[in-house]
Design a protein around this ligand. Structure first.
Ligand code: ATP
Ligand code: MG
Length: 224
């Protein structure tokens, strides 16, 4: 009941024309509601693959993934997109903001795909989450006019506007200097403290040390 994600015997194989890569093998892992979990391991060990599966951006080759106790393997793309849009927020190392939308409009994007949310409500909720991440004074700025830390704050606001159960963060501080990285980490801890479950990939032991627990991968397998 209190498990938000459950991965049973997950395997992911990428097959290109002449090579098969086993990106994940025999992964068993569950994440409880309210947890802040970090994922560590060397480059190429399968961290991003794991996050993509958790966020329903991709499907495992075999094994089962349950989101809120419900299997996800029988869903078609439309159902998966809706589940993703309603349950999951993503943030990435390289922010993934839309350069010709201002901060307010970037933040509103996930709600454009939500039925039953009016333009007025969208704007109101964008203002609220931007306030939460400390960016009220930058709503009319464009991404190119922001620092790296501020861009990541916009990405966090955009991830939170849909009120997801879980936030998946793939090296969210990877492009930031250590001071800005620490600020983003503080913000993520605050968001977690307010009830959002977080899974974060990081290469930084100090950041991983501030989470509830660390899952370690090596060559596609769990080694912790
Ligand atoms: N779309 C793809 N097609 C084929 N192979 C892929 C694909 N995506 C990832 N891989 C391979 O799967 C393995 C795991 O990749 P993944 O991106 O999950 O690693 P990672 O742990 O996130 O690495 P990094 O720390 O460099 O981001 C790698 O060997 C990679 O080359
Ligand atoms: Mg990666």
């Amino acid at each position: 009941m209190n498990k938000i994600l459950q991965l049973n015997q997950i395997r992911k194989v990428y097959a290109t024309r002449d090579i098969e890569t086993v990106a994940l093998n025999n992964i068993n892992l569950s994440v409880d509601k309210g947890e802040f979990v970090s994922v560590m391991g060397p480059s190429g060990c399968g961290k991003s693959t794991l996050l993509n599966l958790m966020g329903l951006l991709d499907q495992p080759t075999s094994g089962q993934l349950l989101l809120n106790d419900r299997p996800t393997d029988s869903h078609n793309d439309k159902v998966l997109s809706r589940l993703r849009n309603e349950n999951v927020g993503f943030i990435f190392q390289s922010f993934h903001l839309i350069s010709d939308l201002n901060v307010l409009h970037n933040t509103e994007v996930p709600l454009l795909y939500r039925k039953g949310v009016s333009g007025k409500e969208r704007r109101q909720r964008a203002r609220e989450v931007l306030e939460r991440v400390g960016l009220s004074s930058r709503m009319k700025h464009f991404p190119s006019q922001l620092s790296g830390g501020q861009k990541q704050r916009v990405a966090i606001a955009r991830a939170l506007i849909g009120r997801p159960d879980i936030l998946l963060a793939d090296e969210p501080t990877g492009n930031l200097d250590s001071k800005m990285g620490a600020e983003i980490m503080d913000l993520l801890k605050e968001v977690n403290g307010q009830g959002t479950t977080i899974v974060m990939v990081t290469h930084d032991d100090r950041l991983a040390g501030q989470t509830n627990r660390t899952v370690r991968l090596f060559d596609g397998e769990r080694v912790d």
